[in-house]
Ligand binder design. Structure first.
Ligand SMILES: Cc1cc2nc3c(=O)[nH]c(=O)nc-3n(C[C@H](O)[C@H](O)[C@H](O)COP(=O)(O)OP(=O)(O)OC[C@H]3O[C@@H](n4cnc5c(N)ncnc54)[C@H](O)[C@@H]3O)c2cc1C
Length: 444
């Protein structure tokens, strides 16, 4: 049963893999929350208005439901934070939402799109459609219209792609997803089933198309697939085809605001908010009372704004084939040290300083770059696979460990990176690269 889900979709834009933050799973979300909190705190303490403005500018790329929700909630979150850490007079956190599409939520109903657009603009989000990022650097982003926006935060929400694990099978695919029949079985491979984001499941309600990559479908796929596995083993009844009609979409815009079209009926305002919260609560597999109580407390109490320090930047690289797995630099003997460095208060020099620390001691490596030896990216058996220099450059582990010495990899002549001497990577260690190539590695 293949149900490996999806990974971040990257585009070949210089600097994005190094400088952007993903928002695909809980580790990335936890990291981003800390990062945003840190930027607001540093902005409040900044001496000059330029630095303050840069730290308090947050650029979100991708106006699908993820980016739209991140920008909408982000503006509320940082506005609440500056009440505790007031910025320089007259300054307010600025969130930008970019997309090449002509409207937010481009794949959804136009009414949903209009509602979301209105709420975002009313809240103060700078919505720029028909615009994207041309290059990302340590100091900011160059937009496709040529404008340079100073920022320390680029949030990458351009979507996901099926886990590349399924590509390796050499079986028929449909847009990166493994083709299955309506019984969720791989044609010609009776022992192989697939479901969720990795599977291209024929949509019997819309002949000729495949069910979209949503949780709504994924968990229903899982149930049918499990029953069909049992049936294929002679247990239970006959195999059943997968059939489900989309129930509509809900987009949570924070507070009481939402855009929703349950069963095709477009809603906005408080009714949409109620439907959205109600649907999400109903979709929870458990823990509903606790979640509802949390929402209630959030509605009446001030937002909590403390950094948790549980997820370090290098453990949530944007460019990875499986972002949900914990990444631990070094072998078993180095783990104790790693754990000590990863605890609360783990923000280090690279998180808080604009200029690199030449010594590098105690510094957190650049995003997605554990300063250490082998990092396990994917479990499972398989032959060791040598990595190329190009892959090394993508920010995977190398060097001697956290706090090891770093080498400057940016230079005047590095066209991909644009700005010299601002972002550093750990020195490449051929031994570490060889070890890292193995798909059998250390998990915590
Ligand atoms: C930010 C965001 C918001 C979303 N909001 C909604 C929403 O509101 N409504 C909705 O319907 N959908 C939503 N989705 C989509 C939804 O999350 C996915 O469609 C759904 O999670 C897919 O389920 P899945 O089981 O296929 O994959 P996943 O939920 O991704 O689970 C796959 C699991 O397999 C693990 N894995 C990967 N490779 C291996 C391996 N080799 N060995 C072992 N384990 C492995 C992964 O670590 C992961 O835990 C959202 C997605 C994102 C990113």
């Amino acid at each position: 049963m293949l149900a490996a889900g999806s990974v971040n979709k990257l585009l070949p834009i210089p600097g994005v893999a190094e400088h952007a933050h993903g928002f695909r799973g809980l580790p990335e979300a936890l990291y981003l929350r800390d990062h945003v909190t840190r930027q607001v705190e540093l902005a409040a303490a900044a001496d000059d208005p330029k630095t303050c403005a840069a730290r308090c500018t947050f650029v979100v790329v991708g106006a699908g439901y993820t980016g739209t929700e991140v920008a909408a909630h982000g503006q509320m979150f940082t506005d609440a934070q500056v009440r505790k850490h007031p910025l320089r007079q007259g300054m307010r956190p600025r969130w930008m939402l970019l997309d090449v599409a002509p409207r937010v939520l481009p794949e959804m109903d136009e009414k949903l799109s209009a509602t979301a657009d209105r709420v975002l603009r009313e809240r103060g989000v700078d919505v720029r459609m028909g615009t994207s990022v041309q290059e990302a650097t340590h100091e900011g982003v160059v937009l496709t219209d040529g404008e340079f926006v100073e920022t320390r935060t680029l949030v990458w929400c351009v979507g996901v792609r099926p886990d590349p694990l399924v590509e390796s099978l050499g079986l028929p695919m449909e847009k990166g997803r493994l083709l299955v029949d309506p019984h969720l079985q791989v044609p010609g491979r009776p022992e192989l089933f697939a479901c969720g984001d990795v599977a291209a499941v024929p949509d019997l309600e819309k002949p000729g198309s495949y069910t979209p990559m949503t949780a709504q479908h994924a968990w229903r796929h899982g149930k049918v697939a499990a029953e069909n596995v049992a049936a294929s083993l002679g247990l239970g009844g006959a195999r059943k085809p997968y059939r489900h009609r989309d129930l509509g979409f809900v987009v949570d815009l924070g507070g009481a605001k939402a855009a929703a079209n349950p069963l095709g009926v477009a809603l906005s305002g408080v009714p949409a908010g109620a439907v959205t919260r109600g649907y999400h609560l109903a979709a929870m597999p458990g823990n509903r009372v606790r979640v509802a109580a949390d929402w209630l407390l959030d509605a009446v109490l001030p937002r909590q704004a403390v950094q948790l320090g549980l997820v370090r930047s290098w453990s949530v690289p944007l460019d990875t084939s499986s972002p949900e797995l914990a990444r631990v630099p070094g072998g078993p003997e180095q783990r104790q040290e790693t754990a000590a460095r990863s605890g609360p208060g783990a923000a280090l020099a690279s998180d808080t300083h604009d200029e690199p620390d030449p010594g590098g001691a105690g510094e957190e490596p650049a995003k997605g770059q554990p300063g250490s030896g082998p990092t396990q990216v994917r479990p499972g058996p398989g032959p060791a696979q040598p990595r190329t220099e190009a892959e090394t450059a993508k920010g995977r582990p190398s060097g001697d460990g956290p706090g090891s010495r770093f080498t400057e990899q940016r230079s005047e002549t590095d066209p991909a990176k644009g700005r010299p001497g601002k972002s550093r990577r750990p020195a490449a260690d051929p031994a570490a690269i060889r070890h890292r190539g193995s798909r059998v590695g250390s998990l915590p």
